[in-house]
Design a protein around this ligand. Structure first.
Ligand code: PEP
Ligand code: MN
Length: 338
């Protein structure tokens, strides 16, 4: 951290701030110039709120040189983390596909879609049971029963399952039934939920909030990892921008940025990013080419009958065709789509 002092800052005031920082355990390197005095503050500043330095009259500006996150930082853990989701490794050289409907609707729907996505190459079955819908009048999901159905269909076809948790109260049931707990965009900064998940050892799929920066997202991941659970996978699912042609804007650059800053696996959700099934192929291929470790894609046996997100759900035949093309892109960058 570097502090620049105001040009008229009285020396005793600078000295008193310096003493305060030394008492906090930092080492100080001072440079006193004719018009500018700066101070380098060396040490672990992770837990130090540098913004509060602006409360001092003498401080002109503060520059953070160390990222605010530590456990999820690649500097702290240079090798890629690999998260084991019910026997499927995410974050290594393989690219893993998760697929299934937006929402678990019925036994017939799940029984139809699960073998089809498995046959196409999906390794993890998705299905929301508790749905975070914008309107209270929209289908809210099938709740606990839906989660049980997802788990039993997953077991039958040998597919680990992923589903979104909305409330801490549901955690015991999720721990029992689900292999990967999804934290949705709307809960990325639900810190009490993140803390509760940090106390478990269950793999977590942490989606990016729709208007959150990469730093904020990594700080949310830090909550879980610092809480004791290292099994975190990040999921880019599009962010809010001024563009209205797509539901969200897929932040492709987030993939290399995350790969540079963090060791955590990164997957991409082209379904929520685009909001239209026609765009899913392009975004999926781009995400793989940009270095994503996996994709999570909405697939419905009859999208036109889906109770949620049918407009962005692939039909199983289209999903199969996409995976064939995705496999070739993966090979072109020396990775393997399982
Ligand atoms: C979902 O995956 O079903 C979902 C609601 O996604 P998001 O939280 O990214 O909107
Ligand atoms: Mn959805």
């Amino acid at each position: 951290m570097i502090i620049k002092f105001k040009h008229d800052a009285p020396l005793p005031a600078i000295e008193s701030l310096k003493q305060y920082l030394i008492n906090q355990g930092f080492h100080i390197h001072e440079s006193i110039g004719e018009s500018v005095t700066i101070m380098g503050v060396v040490g672990d500043t992770t837990a130090f709120d540098f913004e509060r330095l602006y409360a001092y009259d003498v401080v002109e500006s503060v520059l953070r040189v160390q990222e605010p996150f530590k456990m999820v930082n690649r500097k702290f853990h240079p090798d890629n983390s690999i998260v084991d989701v019910g026997g499927v490794a995410i974050g290594g050289n393989n690219i893993v596909i998760m697929a299934g409907p937006c929402a678990v609707e019925s036994p017939t729907q799940m029984e139809t879609v699960a073998p089809l996505v498995k046959e196409a190459g999906a390794k993890i079955l998705r299905g929301g049971a508790f749905k975070p819908r914008t309107s209270p009048y929209s289908f809210q999901g099938t709740g606990k029963k839906g989660l049980d159905l997802l788990a039993s269909v997953g077991k039958k076809y040998g597919l680990p399952v992923v589903s979104e948790i909305m409330d801490i109260e549901e955690l015991p049931h999720f721990l029992e039934k689900v292999d990967l707990i999804q934290v949705g965009a709307r809960n990325m900064q639900n810190f009490s939920l993140l803390k509760a998940l940090g106390r478990t050892q269950k793999p977590i799929l942490l989606k990016r909030g729709m208007a959150n920066t990469i730093d904020e997202w990594l700080m949310s991941a830090e909550y879980i990892v610092a809480g004791g659970n290292p099994h975190v996978i990040l999921c880019e699912r599009g962010i809010r921008t001024f563009e209205t042609s797509t539901r969200n804007t897929l932040d492709i650059s987030a993939i290399p940025v995350l790969k540079k800053l963090s060791h955590l696996p990164v997957v991409v959700d082209p379904s929520h990013a685009s909001g239209r099934w026609e765009y899913i192929d392009s975004l999926s291929l781009a995400a793989i080419a940009a270095g994503a470790d996996g994709l999570i894609i909405e697939v419905h046996p009859s999208p036109e009958l889906a109770l949620s997100d049918g407009q962005q759900s692939l039909r199983p035949d289209r999903f199969l065709a996409l995976l064939e093309r995705s496999r070739r892109v993966a090979e072109a960058i020396d990775r393997t789509l399982l």
